[in-house]
Design a protein. Structure first.
Lengths: 159, 754
């Protein structure tokens, strides 16, 4: 057992867990935040994506100890009121079908846009290739990323 | 408090309506069951705490809040939004004042088996009537209040408006309406389609905001009961064969593991509703359960399918369709016509076992205590789950409660109750709430797979370039074979999905089947037998067009013949019209022709494309919905296939929720592209060889259509489903496009060009 300090969405948690436990299960089972999903457990589907110090990671495939003292952002921490431009865009384009994969998709899209505010189709393909949506919302995800890029651009120029 | 005569009358009206709409199992929908006024309600007009529940589906509070029941399962189609919208529209409720509440699994709601693309088809009219009845009651209540004739009162946007302009809000009228007798059916008028305010209009799903903020609760997210433990099961790689022995010493040493024990295997046949059994590991958290399971040392029994090998099995099926099988439809004399044909088109088609892999794997939370059982689970068929639980636990149905969570995708997998029964059996043993979870490996290795199949089609063209004969042989194990070892013959219903319902005006038609045994669990996958039948038929039609020297779209129109409704019952005694009578939902070649012609126009069919690109066409009616599909592909020098554009034309009668219809077709195209291009389950020595997304591949963003345009035909015909119909025509249209681009015919799935 190890004592791990997790800072999730600006809140501090100390968890006593098996140091090998993947971050995903620490977030879901121990901390109790269920917005981050399980889809494969082997870094193939992207459903479990969270940000670790701003970088998207597959929480199913990194041990909880790797997140010790780092800043973790989950879907619940993106905004409390749907106000993040990526969430806005997701609502505008009505992306979700069943919705299960969407927290991972949104976390990946957010990280992409932070690095690359105006991604091309190719950039989007590359960034989102690791994210499976069995409902097939891919064209709308692409559209929503472009919409979010515009919304963020407007926000930036308004400043 | 209630008027029994009126109650039973409305009840009868609703029931009759249901029986008319469908012959599927209906246990009675109690629309307008009673006025269940809350006992605490004070007799005060406008009491905000007053609760007016004129029927099972609609509740109006004195403060104007409306609660509508969603009784079908939400797995991504938007049904949890679309059905309440229908009621709100007829009721003239303001959608912003509406709260949608998910029903538990209970026969009183009528059919809840969310499968077969019939939610809207079955419930459109009854739910409209439910809403319209409440609207009329509110108008009558206002008329009484104002002492005017009801004809002067019109419900509009959450209030009743008098012709003089004065208004009364719905909330204020709740108690007054509750005091009125149920109106006669004849006095309940449904809206004219032109007056719809939500039906056929744009609207977003009720769960949208919760999904994008991570608040939405799926089955996987339910462990809200205190002291919930997590369980996983290690199952025999050969489904059905039992356990020989196991050593748990290392497993129980894993910190957090609480208990290891066995669940009985069902034996053979495995059946559609029993768990597979195995060794159960219960732990404090998911990780401990998984680590504990990994540490198990298990020896399995070998069963009757220990030698199952898909390669030899598929080869045997392929061989079988080369010879005459059992005739399931016969018109004219195919042998004779083929013998005298000038040209013959002949090909075989093979489709592998396919897995559903919804993004949320099977999972359930169950609590069995004091001779009662309550579960929270992502299930398509809550009443079926309830019955299976009662049976497995030896409990009275009334002691079993099935709460339906959001489903993280399903595609047919979650119409089976096995994983929920597992959770309940484990909870009974443990005496605590149990959340069971299936890993992706569990899901892919122990699914109810789409049938493996082989088909042979032979078509004869005479000297006048006319198609005169069509011979189609199909071999695949029926779904019934999962529960019944003697069932080796495809059912009429399975064959009416794209084979014996061949709509073309061909004089000599013969459809035959060969037997095949279910060697693994077989189940429904989105569009079921339409997947392989539409693929073979759609590709054959393209070959026929080439042989006739006619454009594929024109070829199909030629074969379709004059506009008519086809009496399939006279063509084959085994025809199944998706549980509907042909007089209620006729097979209309005019509607089929219309989607075909529209697709030709909308897709810019025949446009010039660069080398390596091509368009392909197919059309198919399934689940009573008519669909035409044009797929454009671009194949590069490395045989990498891209799909820049898809055009769908759909005639599903009244399009209730056009935005979600579009979403279903966009998603259906991606799902079908995934099946055709990526996915294959193989079995060796009785065990599935794939285990996760690295070797059971599914479509990712760049494999999926870049753009899917969905053209919906305006229609006042009865609405039909859209969840499954996008899939069947896509695959042949894709394969025909690949042929146009590369000159290569695809006769086996998944597509392998190299
Ligand atoms: S669950 Fe982590 S990538 Fe699939
Ligand atoms: S929306 Fe269902 S898996 Fe993506």
């Amino acid at each position: 057992m190890a004592s791990v300090k997790l800072k999730i969405n600006d809140k501090n948690y100390t968890v006593e867990v098996d140091p090998k436990m993947p971050l995903l299960w620490a977030i879901r089972d121990v901390v109790g935040l269920t917005g981050t999903k399980y889809g494969c457990g082997i870094a193939q589907c992207g459903a479990c994506t969270v940000h670790l110090d701003g970088t998207p990671v597959r929480s199913c495939s990194i041990p909880v100890t790797a997140a010790n003292n780092k800043n973790i952002t989950t879907i619940e921490g993106l905004s409390t009121d749907n106000s993040h431009p990526v969430q806005q865009a997701w609502i505008q384009e009505q992306v979700p079908q069943c919705g299960y994969c969407q927290s991972g998709q949104i976390m990946a899209a957010t990280a992409l846009l932070k690095k690359n505010p105006n991604p091309t189709d190719k950039d989007i393909d590359t960034a989102m290739q690791g994210h499976i949506c069995r409902c097939g919302t891919y064209p709308r995800i692409r559209k929503a990323i472009k919409t979010a890029s515009q919304l963020m651009g407007q926000k930036a120029s308004a400043k | 408090m209630k008027a029994d005569t009126n109650e039973s009358k409305i009840f009868k009206v609703s029931r009759r309506d249901f029986v008319k709409t469908t012959s599927m199992s209906i246990s009675g929908l109690l629309l307008g069951i009673s006025f269940s006024c809350s006992d605490t309600a004070k007799k005060l007009s406008g009491n905000p705490e007053y609760v007016f529940s004129p029927n099972l589906f609609i509740t109006l509070n004195g403060n104007g809040d409306v609660t509508l029941i969603a009784h079908r399962s939400e797995m991504g189609t938007g049904i949890r939004t679309s059905l309440p919208l229908i009621m709100a529209d007829e009721m003239e409720a303001d959608w912003n004042r509406v709260k949608v509440v998910q029903a538990v699994g209970d026969e009183k709601y009528g059919d809840q088996n969310t499968d077969g693309s019939y939610s809207v088809r079955m419930f459109f009219t009854p739910l409209r009537k439910a809403g319209a009845t409440v609207r009329l009651l509110l108008e009558q209540a206002a008329a009484k209040e104002w002492d005017v004739d009801v004809s002067e009162c019109k419900a509009k946007n959450h209030e009743v408006v008098h012709s003089s302009g004065k208004t009364l809000g719905f909330g204020l009228l709740a108690e007054k309406a509750a005091a009125l007798p149920m109106p006669e059916e004849s006095s309940v008028k449904l809206k004219e389609p032109k007056d719809f305010k939500y039906i056929s209009k744009q609207s977003s799903i009720v769960d949208l905001k919760d999904i994008v903020t991570g608040k939405a609760k799926f089955g996987f997210d339910n462990n809200h009961l205190p002291n919930t433990k997590i369980a996983v099961v290690k199952r025999n790689p050969e489904p059905g064969a039992g356990l020989k022995s196991f050593i748990a010493d290392n497993a129980v040493k894993v910190p957090g593991v609480i208990k290891v024990f066995t669940l009985d295997a069902p034996g053979f046949p495995t059946t559609l509703n029993k768990p597979l059994g195995g060794v159960v590991v219960v732990a404090e958290n998911t990780w401990a359960a998984l680590e504990g399971r990994k540490a198990l040392d298990v020896t399995w029994n070998k069963g009757m399918n220990a030698d199952y090998d898909t390669k030899s099995y598929n080869n045997a099926m392929l061989k079988s369709v080369k010879t005459k099988g059992k005739v399931r439809r016969e018109n004219g004399q195919v042998d004779k016509a083929l013998a005298s044909a000038k040209k013959i088109i002949e090909a075989d088609y093979v489709v592998p076992l396919l897995s559903h892999t919804p993004m949320e794997t099977p999972c359930a939370l169950a609590h069995v205590h004091d001779n009662a059982c309550e579960v929270w689970a992502p299930v398509q068929d809550p009443q079926g789950v309830r019955k299976s639980l009662a049976e497995a636990l030896g409990m009275d149905l009334k002691n079993v409660t099935v709460n339906i969570t959001l489903l993280g995708g399903a595609f047919g997998r979650k119409s089976k109750p096995d994983f929920v029964v597992e959770a309940a059996l484990i909870s009974r043993t443990m005496g605590t709430p149990i959340k069971i979870l299936w890993t992706r490996e569990d899901d892919i290795q122990h699914d109810f797979y789409h049938f493996p199949s082989a088909q042979h089609i032979k078509v004869g063209i005479d000297e006048n370039n006319k198609v005169t004969s069509w011979l189609h042989r199909s071999a695949f194990p029926p779904i019934d074979g999962t529960s019944n070892a003697n069932a080796k013959e495809a059912s009429g219903a399975e064959l009416s999905m794209g084979m014996i319902d061949l709509p073309y005006a061909i004089e000599n038609v013969c459809c035959e089947t060969q037997e095949a045994e279910a060697k693994i669990r077989i189940g429904w996958l989105r569009s079921v037998a339409n997947i392989h039948h539409a693929y073979a038929v759609g590709c054959t039609l393209d070959e026929v067009a080439k042989a006739r020297g006619v454009d594929p779209v024109q070829n199909m129109l030629d074969l379709l013949g004059d506009d008519r409704t086809i009496d399939f019952n006279s063509l084959t005694s085994e025809f199944w019209n998706y549980s509907e009578k042909l007089e209620d939902f006729p097979w209309s070649t005019a509607r089929f022709r219309h989607v075909i012609e529209t697709a030709k126009e909308k897709s810019n069919w025949g446009k010039s494309l660069p080398k390596g690109s091509g368009q392909g066409f197919a059309a198919h009616r399934s689940f009573l919905t008519y669909v035409a599909c044009v797929v454009e592909v671009a194949v590069d020098a490395n045989n990498k296939i891209r799909i820049p554009k898809v055009d769908y034309v759909v005639d599903c009668g009244v399009p209730v929720n056009p935005e979600r219809i579009k979403a279903q077709f966009e998603g259906g195209a991606a799902f079908a592209a995934s099946l055709a291009l990526k996915s294959e389950i193989t079995v060796s020595n009785g065990a599935v060889q794939q285990s996760n997304f690295h070797n059971y591949q599914v479509g990712r963003m760049s494999d999926s259509p870049y753009e899917t345009a969905v053209h919906i035909i305006e229609s006042n015909e009865k609405p039909t489903g859209v969840g499954e119909p996008p899939v069947p025509p896509f695959i042949p249209a894709l394969c025909n496009a690949i042929y146009a681009a590369t000159g290569k015919r695809v006769r086996q799935l998944p597509v392998r060009l190299a």
